[in-house]
Design a protein around this ligand. Structure first.
Ligand SMILES: C[S@@+](CC[C@H](N)C(=O)[O-])C[C@H]1O[C@@H](n2cnc3c(N)ncnc32)[C@H](O)[C@@H]1O
Length: 485
């Protein structure tokens, strides 16, 4: 019951913030956008988008797609996705606040040595500044702070992919725009090797991240037009700042800091120069690409085909569909499919077969080992043998079914929630877990709790002891992990 006022609060806030985003949109999209020539509605997948009052819209679906910080927000459900990213931003901010509160509590310990105290104070200061920086950059998706508690966000945590937050791939920002010259040059070289002498023409980069590779391709490979799409607003808003020649300062939090001062490193981020014309950023889902069929001469997939949840044959058919006849698919990155179905975790050989089955001529493959995310402030860094290929479209294939990441009862919230067996099972275990949690009073032992579970006829003491211990171990691990950035 306690969560109802919180939910109402969130709904009210969403309404008022959306109004604020609308007024932002009015200011950011004014001139006729060349994007209207190549975009289609991500909802119906058919109708071209038109521009009206500074926003893109689908007349057939009667949906308006806002511009967020000057970047078209082309998600099939623009309101739901905006609300979801806003929640994820608040969740990240809450985590940072919790982290700061934890450090403050640790600083109360008089037994800390001076170096530890100094490091914690620096980290605390960096977290505070980082929090402010994130709020500033992401102001276009959220202009005020949320009052909702950390606990309610944990409970409400929704999907895009559930493991994907605002700060996922945050490290890429620093690699792209601060210390990563060597790695960025190695990435561009792979694309150049794949492309050979053929001009790229109209180019689309799927899953462009913080945008450096797209920028380098556009600046150094004479693309006629370059569109970079990603669904993460932090990465895209940073890419926008960089592309227009702005400078940003952001903290890097290396994975394995080399020295005390490396726990939080303030980096200056900048592009070598403002990007030239015909470079476009789009916020949207690559599984529902908001582009018209046969719009592009080249599609680049950097470190993405094994990341998205969609099966490779569908991705390949979608890419085919977006390419003009004789268009080219340039892939670059690791190959580490991770899916519950082992049959979908394709080898390099299987990948090439699926590329051909999707209407492409046999691909030319290039594999080299390059450094990956080797921050100078971190002891951690990888070598990756990247799997790059160039494949030319030979024939059209049937367009794949439109991707539905989530059922309507989640996205619109208007259909009944189905009583799936898996949900019932989950409900029972959640009740048991909630009951166990309610028994924690700082006095009872695991054995005491097991006896109560037996009295409640939930399980025998012998069954309960290992079950409670497992559950407590997980809770304890989560609590420990919750402390790290
Ligand atoms: C491994 S990173 C690669 C980023 C960039 N291509 C690079 O090489 O640095 C994967 C990127 O794909 C994006 N991504 C993942 N799933 C996506 C989806 N369904 N739609 C749009 N972007 C997605 C993530 O936000 C992230 O930026």
């Amino acid at each position: 019951m306690g969560s109802v006022p919180v939910l109402t609060n969130i709904v009210m806030r969403t309404v008022s913030l959306y109004a604020a985003a609308n007024s932002y949109r009015m200011r950011t999209m004014s001139a006729e956008s060349p994007l209207t020539e190549i975009t289609t509605c991500p909802r119906c997948g058919k109708s071209p988008l038109t521009e009206a009052a500074g926003a893109l819209q689908c007349k057939a679906c009667k949906v308006e797609y806002p511009s967020i910080g000057g970047i078209p927000w082309l998600f099939a459900e623009p309101d739901a996705s905006l609300g979801e990213w806003r929640n994820r931003l608040h969740f990240a901010l809450q985590q940072l606040s919790n982290e700061a509160a934890g450090i403050k509590a640790e600083l109360q310990n008089d037994g800390l040595i001076d170096l530890t105290r100094q490091r914690l104070e620096q980290q605390l200061d960096a977290i505070d500044q980082h929090r402010n920086a994130l709020r500033k950059i992401l102001a276009p998706i959220d202009i005020q702070s949320s009052q909702a508690s950390y606990e309610s966000y944990l409970a409400l945590r929704t999907r895009l992919p559930s493991d994907h937050g605002i700060a996922t791939y945050y490290a890429n920002i620093h690699r792209d725009w601060s210390w990563g010259d060597t790695e960025n040059a190695a990435s561009l070289e792979q694309i150049k090797n794949c492309a050979g002498d053929v001009e790229l023409g109209k180019t689309l980069v799927l899953g462009a991240g913080a945008g450096r590779l797209s920028y380098d391709i556009h600046m150094q490979m004479e693309t006629e037009l370059c569109v970079a799409i990603d669904f993460n607003p932090l990465l895209m808003l940073v890419a926008k700042s960089m592309a227009q020649g702005d400078q940003l300062e952001l903290y890097e939090f290396p994975l394995a800091p080399k020295r005390a001062e490396d726990f939080a490193v303030l980096r200056k981020l900048a592009a070598p120069a403002a990007v030239r014309d015909q470079f476009h950023l789009v916020l949207g889902d690559v599984l529902r690409p908001p582009f018209a069929a046969a719009s592009f001469d080249t599609i680049v997939t950097p470190w993405i085909i094994d990341i998205v949840g969609d099966d490779l044959p569908f991705q390949a058919a979608r890419i085919n569909n977006l390419l003009k006849p004789e268009g080219r698919w340039l892939n670059f990155g690791s190959l580490a499919f991770n899916h519950a179905d082992k049959a979908r975790c394709y080898s390099a050989e299987e990948t090439l077969v699926h590329v051909e089955k999707a209407g492409f001529a046999p691909a030319t493959v290039n594999e080299v080992t390059i450094p990956y995310m080797c921050s100078p402030a971190s002891r951690h860094g990888r070598q990756e043998t990247v799997f790059s290929f160039s494949a030319t479209k030979q024939s059209d294939v049937k367009a794949p079914p439109r991707h539905k990441a989530l059922p309507d009862w989640i996205v619109t919230g208007k259909d009944p929630v189905p009583a799936l067996q898996a949900f019932r099972t989950q409900a029972v275990s959640t009740q048991v877990y909630a009951f166990i949690m309610s028994l924690i009073d700082g006095k009872r032992t695991i054995a005491d709790m097991a006896k109560i579970l037996e009295q409640q006829k939930l399980m025998t003491t012998d069954e309960a002891i290992p079950a409670i211990r497992n559950f407590m171990t997980r809770m304890y691990d989560d609590a420990q992990k919750g402390k790290s950035l």
